[in-house]
Design a protein around this ligand. Structure first.
Ligand SMILES: C=C(O[C@@H]1C=C(C(=O)O)C=C[C@H]1O)C(=O)O
Length: 374
């Protein structure tokens, strides 16, 4: 026992020093945020993060501790990014759905300290950002199994006042939830959204559970919590379990290991004058005349400037039958880094009928950042 007490006294002493150092680091981070607000530089700077990790892990003398310190630094920088986003975002992020929905989870991971504003529809999220009620909007854009969320792309097309300032991939992990005291053996019925049930079908079948389709996963969790029956469970996320006071009975029951939803973050800030960093993404919306070879000319121009095209999508133009607009996502090459998108836009004016910069942003994956998510 004495050993435990001694060790804890040492931890307390170290924590006291670290609290002071944490405040010092975060005050410097706030200054970085202020400078980024002025220059328009993005919050996430992967090159700087790599340098911070390399420089500091080299200082660790105990080799066995290096990977842990690496992880510790990554977490510290995730917290620092979250704080910067909150400072820059003045704290309101809008999403569509109820609390605990995947868009809410994504929004909380991107803006963990912001006020979360629930909206009824995707159009309402655009409206909230457009009118300044929210600084940011978080919207699903693509799912690795279900495909594009075309309605969100159409809303982006219809809102030239807004731009995309971030793209985040959220790996979807479905857990089986029950009320406190419920057990896997005592469960009879499982409720959830159709897609969550079908992704978890082999697991649910193997346990002989009866399934019931619900409007969405978060609402299913709320229903189970309010019902208070240990025989009824829900398929939803662990975050949703915490929101509704449920416990996780089985983790990761969705069979499809590669189920990721891509979210876009929208804002009113324009990106035309922001210097683009190497590896950053540039999204454009354009239309071309209905003539042979026009699209090829645009693609050729983009390629000749050294931009790698990561994605291209086409959608019917609103109110014009059988004509289309295009969305492209490009990766900024080293030779174009440090400049704004003006030259690219200028060069595309000739082959395009219309061209618009949708945004300049980093493409990040939202890992399960323990301590940051809740
Ligand atoms: C603080 C900064 O912003 C972010 C956070 C970092 C950190 O906390 O050290 C490093 C790089 C950026 O992703 C910065 O750009 O220096």
């Amino acid at each position: 026992m004495e050993l435990l007490e001694q060790a804890r006294a040492e931890i307390d002493a170290v924590d006291a020093q670290m609290a002071e150092l944490f405040e010092r680091r975060m005050r410097a981070v706030a200054m970085v945020a202020r400078s980024k607000a002025d220059s328009g530089k993005p919050v996430f700077d992967p090159e700087r993060e790599r340098a911070v990790i390399a420089k500091n892990t080299a200082r660790i003398t105990d080799e066995a501790l290096r990977p842990y310190y690496n992880r510790f630094l990554q977490q510290a920088m995730a917290v620092s990014r979250a704080y910067q986003r909150e400072l820059l975002g003045r704290g309101t992020a809008a999403y569509q759905g109820v609390e605990g929905a995947w868009a809410h989870i994504a929004s909380r991971r991107v803006f963990p300290f912001a006020r979360q504003m629930a909206c009824k529809t995707w159009a309402d999220v655009f409206e909230a950002v457009s009118t300044g009620k929210a600084e940011f909007g978080v919207l699903p854009f693509e799912n690795s199994t279900a495909g594009d969320v075309s309605a969100v792309l159409d809303l982006l097309y219809g809102h030239p006042d807004l731009s995309v300032c971030g793209v985040y991939d959220l790996p979807i992990r479905q857990d089986l939830l029950g009320i406190p005291g419920a057990t896997l053996a005592g469960l009879r019925t499982v409720v959830s959204h159709q897609q969550a049930l079908s992704q978890s079908a082999p697991f649910l079948r193997a346990h002989g559970f009866e399934t019931k389709v619900w409007g969405n996963t978060a609402d299913a969790a709320r229903y189970v919590s309010e019902l208070g029956d240990p025989a009824v469970g829900a398929v939803a996320s662990a975050e949703t379990a915490r929101l509704y006071g449920l416990q996780v009975l089985a983790q990761g029951i969705n069979e499809d290991g590669d189920n990721t939803t891509r979210f876009v973050v929208i804002t009113r800030t324009r990106s035309e004058d922001i210097p683009v960093g190497e590896g950053q993404r540039i999204a454009l919306l354009f239309t071309v005349d209905h003539k042979p070879g026009k699209l090829a000319q645009v693609i050729e121009r983009i390629g000749s400037m050294g931009f790698n095209m990561e994605s291209i999508k086409s959608r019917p133009l609103p109110h014009v039958q059988f004509e289309y607009y295009f969305y492209v996502q490009l990766i900024c090459p080293q030779r174009a880094a440090g400049q704004s998108c003006r030259t690219l836009l200028h060069d595309l004016e000739a082959p395009c009928r219309t061209v618009r910069l949708l945004g300049v942003f980093d493409h990040e994956t939202l890992c399960d950042e323990e301590g940051v998510t809740v």
